[in-house]
Every structure is written in C-alpha cells, then in structure tokens.
Write a protein that binds this ligand. Sequence first.
Ligand code: FES
Ligand code: FE
Length: 438
Amino acid sequence: MATRQSPIDYEALVKNDRIHGRVYTDPDIFEEEMTTIFHRGWVYVGHAGEIPQPGDFRVTRIGRQSVIMVRDDAGQVRLLMNRCPHRANAVCQTERGNASAFRCAYHGWTFRRNGELASVPYQDGYDASFRKEDFGLRRVPRVDSYRGFVFGSLSPAGMTLDEHLGQAKEQIDLFVEQSPQGEIKVRSGIHKYGYAANWKFQIENAMDGYHPNFVHQAFLRAIQKRTGIKVDTFSGNSIGLTRDFGNGNVMLDYRPNNKANREKMMSLLPTTAGGSDYEESLVAAYGKERAEEILIAGGTHLLVFPNLILIGVQIRVVQPLSIDQTEVFLYPTLLEGVPHELNLKRLRGHEAFYGPAGSGAPDDLEMFERNQIGLSAEVDPWLLIARGLHRERREPDGTLVGHMTDEVTQRGIWRHWKKLMTHAAGAATQPRRASGGA
Ligand code: FES
Ligand code: FE
C-alpha cells in the first residue's frame, strides 16, 4: 500500500500515549480528514427505517458532499449524489419528504426515484449522440448496509463494509434485537445540536468512561435520589470495560457479569409499564439467555468510526463542518413489536438526558468548547491518552480491553485515525497492544 505524500507528519502528532493539539486545530489536517476519511472510507448515511415507503427520501452529506438517500419504486435504498449532471445544480433542497421524482429547478431535467434521467426539456437541442442513460444522477460508488444501517463510500475500491464493521456487528445486533421483531423505527424526530469545537471531541467523549462521574454528577445523583440505585458504573473498578474492536470501532462494554447489577436491572422490569410483556416477547423471540443479554446491554454503547454512535435508544451521527465547527444529529429510535408504553418510556428517557433541557448532553457540549479554548494555550501542546496503558489486555477474541475509565477507546480511535491519515485507506487496523510511551 503506497504511502500518501503529505507535508503533515502524522507519526509525529499521534503517539501511543499522547496526541498533539494540532490534530484539533489545523485546517489543513481537517482538509485531509475530509479527503482521506470521509470521502474514501465507509461513512454512515442513514437508517432504512427513516425511509420506509417508495419515494421517501432524505438529504444528507458524506463528508462535504451532498447525497440523497431515497427508496426507489422497487423498494431498494439508493444513495444518489445531489448534483444535476447538466450544470451541477443541487436537485433536492428539502431535508426529507416523499418525492414522485426529482426535478432540477434550473433547466427542468427530471430524474426518477432510482436516479435515472426521465426527461429533458427541448431534448432536440442535443444531437443523436445524447443518451439519457448517460446522465442519471450519479450514484455513490459503494453502498452497503447492515441490519438497516446504510453506509456509503465515495471510493469504488477498498475494504468491504463487512470488514470495516468486524466484531462491531454483534453490537449492532444487540441494538436492533431490542425489538422482538428485530426491527427499529427511526421516525420520531431528531435532536440537532452544533458546537464550536472539533468533531473528534464528540466521538472521543461518547466512548469516555472517565468523565461521567464528574461532568454528569448532578444527573447521577438525581438517579440515586429517585430510584435508590447508586450508579457506580463508571468508578475505577466498575463492572464495565472499555473495548477496542480495531478499525476505530470502540465501545463501553457493560456486559461483563456483575450479578448484583444485573438483578437490580432485571427487578425493574416487572414494575415498568409493559415490562413483563416485553421480557416475555424477547424470550419467545431469542431464548432466555439472549433475552437477558439484550435487556442488560441491548442499548450498547458503540462508535462505528468515523461518524456513527449507538447509545441506549439513540442513533447519533457526527457531521464535521470545519476544524472547529461540528453538527450532531440524535435519532431516538422506537422498537417494532413492543408495548406502546415502553416506546414512550424510551422517548422520555432520551429527552431527559439528551434533550435541549436534558441533564446530560448539554454538559458534554460545554466540555468540547472548553477543550477548543484550552487548545489555544500552546506552551505544552500535548494531550494525554495514557490512562490504563499499563493494564490493558487482549481478550481471546482479539479485542483490547481495559477498565471502564481507561483510555483504551481513545487510543483505538487515534490508532486508526493515524493509520488512515498516514496511508491510503483500505488497510484494517487491528487493536494492537500499545507498547509504551512516545
Ligand atoms: Fe439541472 Fe440544468 S443544472 S437542469
Ligand atoms: Fe457525557
């Protein structure tokens, strides 16, 4: 694999135990991230559950490039570049909706739901060599999906989506199988927020088990007051693990056995409206053991590099805008085949932590912006990601794990980021045991 020629020395900026602040502040690095990560590798675009009917569409972006995700007449999900092949007008201006066709406003070229060019006004202005087949909306070169999660790659070649996801697929299974029918609905609206800081702060923070006891102290205390349950998931010797699957895919893993915690969680179900019915339907669909795993860890807590996060009930999508401006979209999901009360509970719980007046997410955003301010003080430009480096270990399945508060997840993200930025995309990053400091 050829090494790209770049004036930026990424080896010098990303070490096993620290990273240079320039990775969050240099606009040239942002440009290379767009080219190398977002315009080449697999990027999450949307969920098929957002566009259930033929003609349903939404407009989004892969990196900087405008894309229409649409369900065509045959029921297939298409990713079409939102650019008229005539003179490059964006053919769709609406964020989402249902369209019988896409008609370019500039000179009236009209495209079918599958992107084919249907009609050209005054076509006799072109000679006989003009073929409508040649001028459909261009398709995203590679499209693939896993359990309804649709990804696109603007590169015609590279690793498959299956290779990119690797063992993270099992976490996506857990997320989807919270529904006894294995189907999620993504039609409950979107929380959108923006912040004035680098996009990587969001993906690092979402997989950070060190901060909640501090940033979210008020929330954890409120939970304790209301339920009597002391949430100690994030203490130094907690029940969970940080886990690195490789390829930048990392998670906070709550599955490791902790009998007391499991019993507490299971005991809540019979007292939750619809809870017993739900438990029974999961057991009927997946068996007792799997049902229990889904109940304890079904929400998962996963990053699929670079822009998809699954936490609890939500799909979260990170959209970098510039080196210090980021947009984030949170889609709370509903489950097919569960009591109405349970879906309501999912929505209310989501709002309580993540909503504009929620007790959690706004505090994280404040941290990102303080990070960006802190980076302006450059006497010592390094950020430390060494926590737990001495005690991380490899599990038999090849993943690297550490304590819940260790920075295994941050190191996993940066290891893959460096690999992509240093080399042409396509090579998988295995979670190697880090061998020490800089
Ligand atoms: Fe679309 Fe001319 S730019 S029809
Ligand atoms: Fe947080």
